[in-house]
Ligand binder design. Structure first.
Ligand SMILES: NC(=O)c1ccc[n+]([C@@H]2O[C@H](COP(=O)([O-])OP(=O)(O)OC[C@H]3O[C@@H](n4cnc5c(N)ncnc54)[C@H](O)[C@@H]3O)[C@@H](O)[C@H]2O)c1
Length: 360
């Protein structure tokens, strides 16, 4: 086994958000590396228990990272490594529920860092976001230093806040932190839903023979990263000494147009309903996204291998195997920002207010 994998052998490891799309794969891989125990702390707010790997060295604790009773329960086990992936996900969700976003991604991350520092963990790896704080005008490919303070969503703000807290704990307490910035992860394990990513949602609608709804013109690009490649990068971030205090893009380094993605998904699923176009969301102003992976290659030896076409086939196989669960749990209920017509029972707007008795 390579050193960046064998380092986890016999260790006590905490993965927050370990029931999620990415976290569940991470738990699986760390377990396979021969970890002593992998503790999973997850409140299942955006995932299902069936996604948590059922393995002898995996212990699942259902609870929030904001719940200090649960944090004490986990940290009394003295985890040596912490992978902090729990988050309120993602942009549109945070636009709809900014305070919830702030609590989980802001205060929750601060609490994790505090407990990790007290427990003197050997490594704290933070799941940050590559789509979050690169400026609209930043040149491609996006390098780690092209950050902007002009952010578009609460999620982008709180992911940046998480990185800033990591920097503080590293400088002030010497906590060995590494910040990993993910770019559009996809693959088996991510169920579709109102606030989920484009690939699981396209896959879901394609399997239901519906037209795929593209927000924008379809010319927009994203850097889609297969979850297996991402996990390999995260494991490396937990090992290399030169990574401490640094931030790394974990991406594929390949740009894919959304229209091409939609056509690939329609092809492999046999969906003949085509695509439709709706206007872009107000916060979604970055038309191109392509990451530089130079730094991760140089310091972590990170080498993403999966082509989008192959990753999509693996994702489709997972969808077919788990279709019963996916159908049961997929929710596309409108969020807080959706326009809901107000019923006035025939009265003109404002008339209801006039009927409220005046205060004495
Ligand atoms: N998926 C992507 O493309 C992507 C891109 C950039 C960054 N990230 C980051 O990677 C991490 C994992 O993302 P994912 O795609 O697996 O998302 P996910 O929603 O599938 O996983 C997040 C997990 O955190 C859990 N969670 C949420 N709030 C919690 C709380 N208060 N306490 C405990 N658990 C809580 C959820 O139940 C879920 O299982 C997140 O931090 C996310 O911000 C993801």
């Amino acid at each position: 086994m390579e050193p960046y994998r064998s380092v986890y052998e016999s260790k006590r490891i905490l993965v927050t958000g370990g029931a999620g799309a990415i976290g569940s794969h991470l738990v699986n891989e760390i377990s396979r590396c021969g970890a002593g125990v992998v503790y999973v702390l997850d409140d299942l707010s955006s995932s299902q228990l069936w996604n948590v790997p059922s393995l002898p060295n995996v212990v699942f604790i259902q609870g929030s990272i904001l719940d200090e009773v649960k944090l004490k329960r986990v940290f009394v086990e003295k985890p040596q490594y912490v992978f902090h992936l729990a988050a309120f996900f993602a942009n549109q969700n945070s636009v709809d529920y900014p305070e919830h976003d702030f609590m989980t991604n802001g205060l929750g991350t601060l609490r994790l860092l505090q407990y990790s520092q007290l427990a003197k963990v050997e490594r704290f790896v933070f799941a940050s976001s590559g789509s979050s704080f690169y400026g609209v005008d930043a040149p491609m490919p996006l390098k780690e230093e092209y950050v902007s303070l002009r952010l578009n969503t609460p999620y982008q703000i709180t992911k940046m806040l998480g990185e800033l807290y990591c920097n503080y704990f590293y400088k002030h307490y010497g906590l060995p932190v590494v910040k990993t910035r993910f770019f559009n992860s996809y693959g088996p394990g991510e169920a579709p839903g109102q606030y989920r990513n484009v690939i699981p949602n396209f896959m879901y609608w394609a399997l239901k023979a519906r037209a795929l709804s593209i927000t924008g013109t379809g010319e927009e690009t994203r850097d889609f990263t297969f979850v297996g490649d991402l996990i390999d990068g995260i494991l490396r971030a937990g090992y290399y000494g030169d990574a401490i205090g640094e931030e790394f893009n974990l991406a594929s380094g390949v740009e894919t147009r959304i229209i091409d993605l939609a056509q690939m998904i329609n092809n492999i699923t046999g969906n003949s309903s085509g695509v439709t176009f709706v206007s872009q969301r107000a916060w979604d102003t970055k038309n191109r996204r392509l990451a530089s992976t130079d730094k991760a290659r140089k310091i972590l030896g990170y080498e993403p291998r999966t082509k989008v076409a192959d990753g999509l086939v693996a994702t489709l196989q997972w969808f077919r195997r788990h279709w019963e669960f996916i159908e049961k749990f997929a929710s596309f209920a409108p969020g807080a920002s959706a326009a809901v017509p107000i019923k006035t029972n025939g009265s003109a707007p404002g008339q209801d207010i006039a009927r409220i008795p005046a205060a004495a």
